[in-house]
Ligand binder design. Sequence first.
Ligand code: BGC
Length: 389
Amino acid sequence: MKARAWIMLVLAVAVISMSGCKKKETPVKAPEVKPEAKEIGQMSANKESFGKTPDGKQVDLYILTNNSGITAKITNFGGIVVSLEVPDRDGNLADITLGFDKLDGYLGEHPYFGAIVGRYANRIGKAEFKLDGKVYKLAANNDENHLHGGIKGFDKVVWRLEDIGVNAEGAMVKLSYISQDGEEGYPGNLACSVIYTLTEDDKLKISYEAETDKKTVVNLTNHAYYNLAGQGNGDILGHELTINADKYTVVDEGLIPTGENRNVKGTPMDFTTAMTIGSRIAQVEGGYDHNYVLNSGGGTLALAVKVHEPTSGRIMEIHTDQPGVQFYTGNFLDGSIKGKAGKVYQKHYGFCLETQHFPDSPNKPDFPSVVLNPGQKYATQTVHRFYTK
Ligand code: BGC
């Protein structure tokens, strides 16, 4: 009898401890890598070394070129667009993005030059949000708020090369990154990928994908600073800008949306018809740093922005399926950064147009949702089209 009682006791303990055991989350796996450089005609996708991180990780530079001579150089450190050479109306190439010649520059402090920003681009108020009643605390790296994914966001990690080559669409490179459950305070293992494709018809497409194993929030963008006259070549105030947005999200002094979407009509915020960036910037305290509510509403690829630089004739159109775009005029550039070719970046030497979901959406139930559930796929696209006049 005694032995039977013991066996029953051991079985009962085993059953109780098994049922109490937390189900192990299986991290989402990245697909196999088969890097390979191929060339078709003049269109090419090649890889070279860009150096090593302080902890010894290899960093590469991927060079995508098309038949018009457009060259995009991208690194797997932060998924950064290191340079983008585009012809002017006479065919002369200039690098139109701000940044550094060497990896060292990107390893130091810099304002997200060319980088992929995530897990959540732009700000989350008070560095926290709630999902299903649970509060998630994030790093407060912008006063009391959370900015661009935290202290070590997607801009500061080494992405993995998934694929490089020339396909039917153009010269491409695919990078991936798995953000661990709890990283920077966010829930869920998030498997992300970004594909840069340079097409024959002078478009640079950026496609983002992500999947999670736990409910989370996602908002990915690219934070390139542009000067269509050439990087370091003066300020951007003479660029003519059109933004297809009748409204913008009004913000408080910490740049967190108040929840009001205000009409741009009759204000310095109005770029519904082409206006130079500098024409009314003095009336905007601190310069432009605002999220525009795109008229397309997001969901399908639509023309969001057009920028024309009259001296070079270069034009950049931005098409996106995102509901918003952050228009930022490099207000915090102050001449303290020496960038590519020894150029010093002064205030307003570059502008950013970060296609995105609205800032602080995790705390704003009326804004388009940024929640990603297990089994769903986050898939968005932004296309930059270049031509001249
Ligand atoms: C933000 C700015 C910030 C800049 C660089 C932009 O996306 O809106 O407020 O200063 O990024 O961090």
